[in-house]
Design a binder for this molecule. Structure first.
Ligand SMILES: *[C@@H]1O[C@H](CO)[C@@H](O)[C@H](O)[C@H]1NC(C)=O
Ligand SMILES: *[C@@H]1O[C@H](CO)[C@@H](O)[C@H](O)[C@H]1NC(C)=O
Ligand SMILES: *[C@@H]1O[C@H](CO)[C@@H](O)[C@H](O)[C@H]1NC(C)=O
Ligand SMILES: *[C@@H]1O[C@H](CO)[C@@H](O)[C@H](O)[C@H]1NC(C)=O
Ligand SMILES: *[C@@H]1O[C@H](CO)[C@@H](O)[C@H](O)[C@H]1NC(C)=O
Ligand SMILES: *[C@@H]1O[C@H](CO)[C@@H](O)[C@H](O)[C@H]1NC(C)=O
Ligand SMILES: *[C@@H]1O[C@H](CO)[C@@H](O)[C@H](O)[C@H]1NC(C)=O
Ligand SMILES: *[C@@H]1O[C@H](CO)[C@@H](O)[C@H](O)[C@H]1NC(C)=O
Ligand SMILES: *[C@@H]1O[C@H](CO)[C@@H](O)[C@H](O)[C@H]1NC(C)=O
Ligand SMILES: *[C@@H]1O[C@H](CO)[C@@H](O)[C@H](O)[C@H]1NC(C)=O
Ligand SMILES: *[C@@H]1O[C@H](CO)[C@@H](O)[C@H](O)[C@H]1NC(C)=O
Length: 676
């Protein structure tokens, strides 16, 4: 926003103190003549407080026998006229009294971040003095078209009604008389109908229109093109349809244009785009745009953010993109872009922080020029057709915190890890579905990775063992090694990993017993030190699957996944120590012996899968105490006796118990006799 200049900003409630003592004396005596705000203003403020159901102590602070200019949150000008009511984040509840409209000098009202409800008093919006009205982040409701429309020349410049519960449509009468409106933020309400565009004809200085997170529908009105001063237009997360109208591109001062997450379609027209030469943030992601990124994008030389994710765009990235030297964010994930990246001169993007090309059709090797983006924090190339070995240049990316290469055809994992280990700021490293059939490097020369919190080397069919160097990743919180061909035992050092709370080693060929050291993992045995992922770890949200749940970033529970291996022996009774565990899957192994009743100590457990082993004995009745258990599977074992009844055991499907010929119960072929 341009700084808005208000005349009163030049005053303060105190008069300037002149250098001569005499003048000061004179002034003090003059000041006592008009030493206080008027009774009427005082009463208007008191009426406002009495309209609140929860005033958070304001009534006490506002002493009736004192000058209201000195009251908390109140500012007066030199004439002792109230000009500013600033009561944001005070926990105020109740209605906004229309009495504020009686304060004839009031210019700025800030009641944001309270719990105010009811409608927005017409007296405020149609006030003949208020310039800035901010009631955002409250629970105000009602319909704006009830505003009186005829009062001409309202001075209101800034209206922020965002994050409330307003409903209804914007009608042309709503805004009549608002010739001075500069900024309207109506985001995050429940407005319906079309995007209003009449401001542009009414208010010549209109420059900020924010309407995101509403229920607006219809197409983008061509009339917005008449907003010759429009700098910010945000209408993401609505139900808009149609194309970007040609007229919109007449608003050549636009710096921030966002229509993300709507149903818009069509192409980005080369001759249109080029008119928006001041554009800094262009966010058209999560729509149905198709076609290529036009060559003329290179003329948007101030572009900092380009978001086109989750659309139907295709073709190669234009080499002209190299001219957008201010780029900070390039998000093209989930499209059908293809070709090699070599044409784009990434060395022209010294400020680039995020490059997200996930789920496209790019091919070739990673261009060396990417390694000159010294400020790159997040690089995601997953699910493309890249190949080749990583280059030493990668270690130039000193800020790199998030790297995902998942699901490409990269090769030489030894090389990759030796290069990446020196990336001191790396917190998340996702390498799965690459390096097919290679060997897990086990040499001790892989050290470094001081800050790594998340490591995924999954579905690579790697041979070898769980390598010792992993024990040196002292900050590791999550380790994903499933879908390889790793052999040998679970290493005894596993319980030295102080922060590890998520371990998935399923679908390998690991052997031996489930070691008791695993039952002493610090994060799983204590609830107190619950892992809290540093927000930097997932600089980009991580998704669970390539397409199905693509918009739902996954949250990770404390979990142990050991299924699909060749573990033998019994389930150690010490398993009861893993009190913090939420998910435990030991299915598809060769475990024998009984289900230890100590499992009943895992009171946070939501998922317990012991299926497809050779477990014997009865299901301990104490498992009924696992109140949170939602998934339970003991099928295909050699268990016997009755299925416990009661509580959540009544909710599990029959299939949870199938394949245990000697087990009996209501859902099984074998009914329990009184002996059983
Ligand atoms: C505010 O003005 C309205 C009418 O304009 C009047 O009814 C009301 O009493 C006034 N309130 C105060 C506190 O002056
Ligand atoms: C109102 O107060 C909030 C909280 O202090 C602040 O973030 C916001 O910028 C203020 N609004 C205006 C228009 O200055
Ligand atoms: C409300 O919007 C105005 C204008 O965009 C802005 O200056 C103010 O900071 C916003 N208020 C809050 C609480 O963000
Ligand atoms: C507009 O409102 C939305 C939702 O309350 C808020 O996120 C955004 O920061 C606001 N814009 C400005 C410029 O204050
Ligand atoms: C929308 O408003 C709600 C309630 O004030 C708030 O919790 C939420 O963060 C807002 N969402 C956005 C996107 O500003
Ligand atoms: C990638 O391109 C190939 C042919 O070039 C095409 O068959 C395939 O559908 C594309 N993939 C995606 C995800 O669009
Ligand atoms: C992706 O683009 C290729 C050509 O580049 C085309 O053959 C293919 O059909 C497209 N795939 C989809 C899913 O649109
Ligand atoms: C590495 O991360 C730390 C902590 O977030 C940060 O302060 C530092 O600037 C980063 N280093 C680089 C080279 O970006
Ligand atoms: C893999 O990388 C290592 C270490 O950089 C190197 O010694 C080896 O020759 C590479 N292997 C292949 C097949 O390129
Ligand atoms: C393990 O492999 C099975 C069968 O191929 C598959 O259904 C399952 O999703 C895999 N589990 C994991 C965690 O990869
Ligand atoms: C479980 O088996 C019982 C008895 O055979 C049957 O009545 C019930 O419908 C089955 N439940 C499910 C979910 O198949």
């Amino acid at each position: 926003m341009q700084p808005l200049q208000f005349p009163y900003k030049n005053y303060s409630s105190r008069l300037p103190i002149p250098s001569l003592g005499f003048a000061a004396l004179l002034l003090i005596s003059l000041a006592t003549l008009t030493s206080s705000c008027t009774e009427q203003e005082k009463n208007s403020l008191l009426q406002f407080v009495s309209g609140l159901s929860q005033d958070a102590g304001l009534a006490k602070l506002w002493q009736v026998d004192t000058d209201c200019c000195n009251w908390e949150g109140i500012t007066c000008n030199g004439n002792k006229t109230v000009i500013d009511v600033s009561l944001a984040s005070r926990g105020l509840e109740g209605h906004i009294s229309q009495s504020l409209g009686n304060l004839t000098g009031l210019q700025q009202v800030n009641l944001s971040y309270n719990l105010l409800s009811g409608g927005l008093a017409l007296e405020l919006v149609s006030s003949s003095s208020i310039i800035v009205l901010d009631v955002s982040f409250n629970q105000l409701n009602g319909d704006l078209h009830e505003f009186p429309s005829s009062i001409p020349g309202r001075p209101l410049q800034v209206l922020n009604i965002s994050s409330n519960l307003f409903t209804g449509q914007f009608t042309s009468t709503t805004w009549k008389g608002m010739q001075n409106l500069i900024a309207l933020n109506a985001s995050n309400n429940s407005f319906t109908g079309h995007i209003p565009s009449h401001f542009c004809n009414i208010s010549p200085s209109f420059s900020v229109l924010e309407l995101s997170y509403n229920k607006l529908s219809g197409s983008i009105p061509p009339g917005l093109g008449n907003c010759s001063k429009l700098r910010v237009l945000k209408a993401g997360h609505n139900y808009l349809s149609g194309t970007l109208p040609e007229e919109l591109f007449k608003a050549t001062l636009l710096e921030h244009l966002s229509f993300s997450s709507n149903g818009l379609q069509g192409i980005l027209d080369s001759t249109h785009i080029v008119k928006l030469g001041k554009m800094a943030i262009l966010d058209l992601g999560e729509n149905k745009f198709s076609g290529m990124i036009p060559d003329s994008i290179g003329q948007l030389t101030r572009l900092q953010e380009l978001h086109l994710e989750y659309s139907s765009m295709s073709g190669e990235l234009p080499s002209t993109l190299s001219n957008c030297t201010d780029l900070i964010t390039l998000d093209l994930k989930c499209n059908n872009f293809s070709g090699e990246l070599n044409k784009v001169g990434f060395s022209n993007f010294p400020n680039l922080k995020t490059l997200d090309l996930m789920w496209n059709n790019f091919s070739g090797t990673i261009p060396e020029s990417i390694y000159s983006c010294r400020n790159l924090i997040a690089l995601r190339l997953s699910s493309n057709k890249f190949h080749g070995q990583l280059s030493k240049g990668l270690s130039n990316l000193k800020s790199l915190s998030f790297l995902s290469l998942t699901n490409n055809s990269f090769s030489n994992i030894t090389n990759a890890l030796q290069i990446l280990r020196s990336s001191k700021n790396l917190t998340t490293l996702l390498l799965g579905l690459n390096f097919m059939n290679e060997t897990m490097p086990d040499n001790a020369r892989i050290d470094g990775f001081e800050n790594l919190r998340v490591l995924a080397i999954t579905d690579c069919l790697l041979s070898g063992e769980i390598p010792f160097w992993i024990s040196g990743l002292v900050n590791l919180e999550m380790l994903f090694l499933q879908g390889n061909r790793l052999t040998g035992p679970i290493p005894a050092w596993i319980n030295t990993m102080e922060y590890l709370f998520y371990l998935d080693i399923s679908n390998n060929s690991l052997t031996g017993e489930i070691p008791t050291t695993l039952m002493a993992m610090p994060m799983l045995t204590s609830e107190k030190t619950a892992a809290h992922l540093d927000p930097r770890v997932f600089y980009l949200p991580v998704y669970s699957g390539p397409s199905l749940q693509r918009r739902i970033p996954i949250a990770f529970p404390k979990a142990l996944y050991l299924s699909g291996n060749k573990f033998t022996g019994v389930i150690p009774p010490e398993i009861g120590h893993l009190k913090a565990l939420i998910s435990l899957d030991i299915s598809f192994n060769n475990l024998t012996g009984p289900i230890p009743s100590s499992i009943c100590n895992l009171t946070n457990l939501e998922v317990l899968d012991l299926s497809n082993n050779n477990l014997t004995g009865e299901i301990p009745a104490v498992l009924e105490n696992l109140y949170f258990l939602a998934v339970f599977n003991v099928s295909n074992n050699n268990l016997q006796g009755p299925i416990p009844t009661g509580r959540q055991f009544n909710t599990f499907p029959n299939s949870s118990f199938a394949g245990n010929p000697r087990m009996c119960g209501p859902g099984l072929n074998h009914h329990c006799t009184s002996v059983e």
